[in-house]
Design a protein around this ligand. Structure first.
Ligand SMILES: CC(C)(COP(=O)(O)OP(=O)(O)OC[C@H]1O[C@@H](n2cnc3c(N)ncnc32)[C@H](O)[C@@H]1OP(=O)(O)O)[C@@H](O)C(=O)NCCC(=O)NCCS
Length: 216
């Protein structure tokens, strides 16, 4: 089943999407990644898989993606803090025009584990199912590339994201104390085991069918 509804669909992230991704990122995270990190992820990291949610709308084109314009100092977060070393001071791109990227997410494949590195929905489009849609894109990607489990870290305080993961069968599997450097908040490790097993797949297909009906 493709990760697409009548209105929205999941697509690969391209370098042309980075301006919008950064726009969403800095509205979503207190420790956003530098824009250069995304470029390196897309171009150099063979274990990385990044996706976006776009809307079916012929009047929108990739030309709406803006070039980098504004300078801003940046930080990265958590396990992937080495990315900070790539770009100590950053040119953060700014997107102009109507949005063409509504959500984005990524993962790294490490042996048979798909580790979710990031996931976010454009703030004004939250609560409409796009978080589920991009998570479905990650699950589909994980299955396609042969992952057998999915893991992630999430702030203890982030109950919205935890609810999303719980809905899709992720369970708490550990704790990383003082994981987030901005406020020393702990991270929950959440894991979906055996994503290629019938128990997970049957539930996943039901959830995805229901989501695609909801999105229209
Ligand atoms: C977490 C995030 C991706 C969810 O996206 P979203 O589009 O708002 O979520 P959806 O509309 O798809 O909702 C999916 C599920 O998430 C949970 N959820 C969504 N909004 C919620 C809210 N306000 N309160 C509690 N749970 C909520 C529910 O379980 C919901 O399922 P339901 O509709 O059956 O109740 C989004 O809030 C976001 O981008 N947050 C900022 C970045 C972030 O925290 N990323 C996670 C890092 S680990």
């Amino acid at each position: 089943m493709a990760t697409t509804s009548a209105a929205y669909y999941v697509d690969r992230m391209t370098v042309g999407d980075i301006a919008e991704v950064i726009d969403i990122e800095r509205q979503s995270f207190s420790l956003p990644w530098p824009s250069n990190a995304y470029k390196r992820e897309l171009q150099d990291n063979r274990t990385a898989h990044y996706i976006v949610v776009r809307r079916h709308d012929p009047s929108q084109s990739s030309q709406a993606h803006a070039a980098p314009k504004k300078e801003r100092r940046d930080e990265s977060r958590g396990l992937f803090s080495f990315l900070r070393a790539l770009t100590p001071a950053q040119q953060l791109p700014q997107h102009e025009g109507p949005p063409t990227v509504f959500a984005y997410a990524g993962l790294w494949l490490m042996v048979d584990e798909a580790h979710i590195t990031t996931i976010a929905v454009r703030p004004e489009y939250r609560g409409k199912g796009l978080g589920e849609l991009i998570l479905c894109g990650l699950v589909d990607t994980s299955l396609e590339i042969g992952a057998r489990l999915m893991t992630l870290e999430v702030r203890i305080s982030n109950s919205v994201a935890q609810n999303l993961y719980l809905k899709y069968g992720f369970k708490q599997s550990g704790l990383r104390r003082r994981y987030y450097s901005d406020n020393n908040e702990d991270a929950l490790i959440m894991t979906a085991e055996a994503i290629n097993a019938p128990v997970f797949l049957n539930n996943y297909r039901l959830l995805k069918s229901s989501l695609l009906r909801k999105l229209g």
